[in-house]
Design a protein around this ligand. Sequence first.
Ligand code: COA
Ligand code: AMP
Length: 626
Amino acid sequence: MSAYQNAYQQSVASPDIFWLQQAKNIQWFTPPTVALENDANGIERWFPDGELNTSYLALDYHVENGRGDQTALIYDSPVTGKKAQYSYAVLRDQVAKCAGMLAALGVTKGDRVVIYMPMIPQAAISMLACARLGAIHSVVFGGFAPNELAVRLEDAEPKVLLTASCGIEVCKVIPYKPMVDQAVMDSRWKPDKVVVYQRSEQPAALDHERDADWATLFERASPHDCVPVNSTDPLYILYTSGTTGKPKGVVRDNGGHAVAMKYSMSTVYNMEPGEVFWAASDVGWVVGHSYIVYAPLIHGCTSIMFEGKPVRTPDPAAFWRVCDEYNVSVLFSAPTAFRAIKKEDPDGKLIGDYPMASLRTIFMAGERLDPPTLEWVELHTGRPVIDHWWQTETGWAISCNPIGLESFMTKPGSSTQPTPGFNVQILNELGQPAETNQQGFIAIKRPLPPSCLSTVWRNHDRFESGYLQQFPGYYVSGDGGYVDEDGYLFVMGRIDDVINVSGHRLSTGEMEEVVGAHEAVAECAVVGVYDEIKGQLPLGLVVLKDGYYSHDGDIEKALVAKVRSEIGPVACFQRAIVVDRLPKTRSGKILRRIIRQIADGESYSVPSTIDDPASLDDICHVLSGH
Ligand code: COA
Ligand code: AMP
């Protein structure tokens, strides 16, 4: 048996033995004796009698074991011109002080702290400080509007909100504090304190009683020790888009997460401690949680926080410059980032300026890796590109090319083989195994491996109904795809209302709720249509109420502005089109799939259940004019 087959078979046949063995690779305060136990909801939980602290694993452990002087975190910010490096010892001290600052504000184990910050070291420090106290952090991506922050504040009920005075997007300064004020005003839940890290680019007025200045509190704080937590205690809540307007709070445990992060660094990424790992993402997304902050540090690597974009900061060589300057061994980003680079430097001329001597492998995830992008990056960088598939819910790759065990030949369009621990199955509508090469629902046979979500925060029913009930015994991923005759997995796209815009996961259902709430709108459909750079972009078709007319596109413009202000610029909702009617089945279901196929110029078959076939002609006519 090959190394991969051996690991994979053991992980699915005897997950308890396999994962207890992996659990030995991290330093527990109380090592677990039991691998897996069902909780009161019947959900399997990993290492229930283990005690640990994730911040200890990421920092103190390394300082105690000779890595104190090694760089833990590099901050590179082309948008401000600033650069900084934190050794493990310095980062541990800063995190301990930040934990002390939070403790002085009354934050203790189990309390929530919301973090709404740009890509600055204080974001990672805040996350690790929460982990140090056993408090549960919930990071909200900076591109989300105040309303999105308010929804998360109401759900997570944090004691403290940590933020910065501003973010910087290419050359635009984005004041965060007014957005935070708006969110706190709109939210039924008010945090006791809003702590603001003042950035010199644009400091904020601290004009509410609840406001506090980060630097002042930090200066006064005493360092706080690591608080032991149970393996099954939550480390964080990360909200992600589902099919409704309300985001789902994915809950991640401490113990399973730490074990999976450690395992993934060697198995998935083939990283050695001491090497430099760069996930060019944002701490607001799961990739940022797992591979900017936790996994590289738990593994004793150096991680990079890059406050910039693949292009325009200042040019499409930004990725190559960073890889070269910091001796990056593994680069990980979303395909959209490389498409943006390819558009501005089609022949990859700038790549040659940077030898990138340490760069071994480039990983991509977040959306389907289209073969032309894969080929372009491989051709111009001369490095292997590995597609791997994962979700916020799992926190790490469900399928990958497990180069730490053995390298498989790549097949463009495939994320290769299931990662050890994930018993991936393709099921048909009836929940039966699909044939080889036959598309179906991608499901994972339970138990899910460590790090996968244990529930949806304060809404366990949503976890059951959204993921577990459709096919008993399985977790349904929400993606469709197939497995070929060599066991390669091809992820073909979402089968629900989730779309991926620039590698960012967004809900068309949520956009429909925002658009549909406009006074002029009778009904609407939002679909994700193909975009050359961003992968997908939302398109809204709206039917107006009788008596409403759009003059010079005023309603369309108002709808675009409404989504931008209620969800955020990151939704990239730029197209709303007024139509007379929407194509529907006789039972009233809007035929969104067909709308998308028409918009993408794909062929489609008209279902026999369509109510009014002429409605499709209308859509074709309208879209051909746009
Ligand atoms: N804070 C505030 N605003 C933000 C933001 C943030 N953190 N992130 C994005 N925005 C804003 C942008 O400024 C832009 O606003 P605009 O409409 O006023 O111009 C809007 O949201 C859309 O941003 P984006 O989708 O990022 O488009 P872009 O044209 O600026 O950049 C890419 C396109 C492809 C270069 C960029 O999206 C990218 O690098 N994507 C990689 C994504 C990634 O890392 N995904 C994580 C999974 S690995
Ligand atoms: P997120 O939860 O934001 O990480 O988004 C997860 C979703 O992104 C998945 O359900 C997929 O739809 C998509 N995705 C992530 N990685 C890949 C990949 N390698 N190939 C295809 N789709 C992907």
